[in-house]
Design a protein around this ligand. Structure first.
Ligand SMILES: C[S@@+](CC[C@H](N)C(=O)[O-])C[C@H]1O[C@@H](n2cnc3c(N)ncnc32)[C@H](O)[C@@H]1O
Length: 237
């Protein structure tokens, strides 16, 4: 569990209102910047998340840290009722503007505005890393999930092949900030992005944290060589 507390750099030590303000600042061009920086891969990562959840029409799924609702809209393609929740009003406002049909609510991952066992499935894409207490968020996600329900965490991770990992790190630390300078509405946030990805636990470390938060049958799958990992788990009955 020590991995959760390894994030000690001042830049990463943000309070919830600072996290929300940072995302308010990137909201306007968030979707575009994502697609540019991931070279279009973000769409396939979102598709893989939806498939891993094995949603059925009529089921209820929570997309936590939904931001502009780009991940929520992908989940809705399954026929399930997908609702997004986020801390940043700026991201939610942008989501409402560009995706008026996607249900988005204000909510903190650490105190979700839903009763126990509300959802058949819960998911969080590229947001668990930003929550100030990821272990508490994983417990809160378990609380709002029905016994036997599924969770998928889609998050940046660590490429498994050393030469690829080295090339990726160089992209993160050199190329990404330069591109963000040209595309993003708040480029400093993308310096935070690179640092937070580096400081995040590896695949096995995140799996251990998910188990410790009360989830069972934890397993993961690497996407794009481990740049992203999908962790899936089941809520204990
Ligand atoms: C990188 S965005 C991800 C958005 C979307 N899920 C996607 O796949 O593109 C991370 C989001 O997590 C949200 N977030 C950070 N801490 C949160 C918290 N404690 N509760 C809810 N949302 C939070 C931020 O406001 C931000 O919108």
């Amino acid at each position: 569990m020590a991995e959760w507390y390894a994030v000690t750099r001042a830049q990463l030590d943000k309070q919830p209102h600072e996290i929300a303000a940072m995302f308010d600042g990137v909201a306007r061009r968030y979707d575009l910047t994502n697609t540019v920086l991931s070279l279009g891969q973000d769409r396939s990562w979102r598709r893989a998340t939806r498939r891993a959840l094995r949603l059925e029409p009529g089921q209820r799924v929570l997309d936590l840290g939904a931001g502009t609702g780009v991940s929520t809209a992908e989940l809705a393609r399954s026929g399930a009722y997908a609702v997004g929740a986020d801390l940043s009003l700026g991201m939610l406002r942008e989501g409402r503007r560009v995706r008026p049909g996607t249900p988005l609510v204000a909510g903190d991952a650490l105190a979700l505005p839903f009763p126990d066992a509300t959802f058949d499935a819960v998911t969080i894409s590229f947001a668990l890393r930003n929550v100030v207490d990821p272990a508490a968020a994983l417990r809160e996600m378990a609380r709002v999930t029905k016994p036997g329900g599924r969770m998928v965490v889609c998050e940046f991770s660590h490429p498994t092949w050393a030469p690829f990992r080295a090339a990726y790190l160089s992209y993160l630390l050199r190329v990404l900030p330069a591109v963000a300078n040209r595309v993003a509405s708040n480029p400093e946030a993308y310096g935070y992005l690179a640092e937070s990805i580096r400081a995040w636990p590896d695949q096995a470390g995140l799996a251990a944290a998910i188990s410790a938060a009360g989830w069972r049958d934890v397993a993961w799958r690497n996407l794009t060589g481990g740049i992203v990992a999908l962790h899936r788990a089941t809520r204990a009955a």
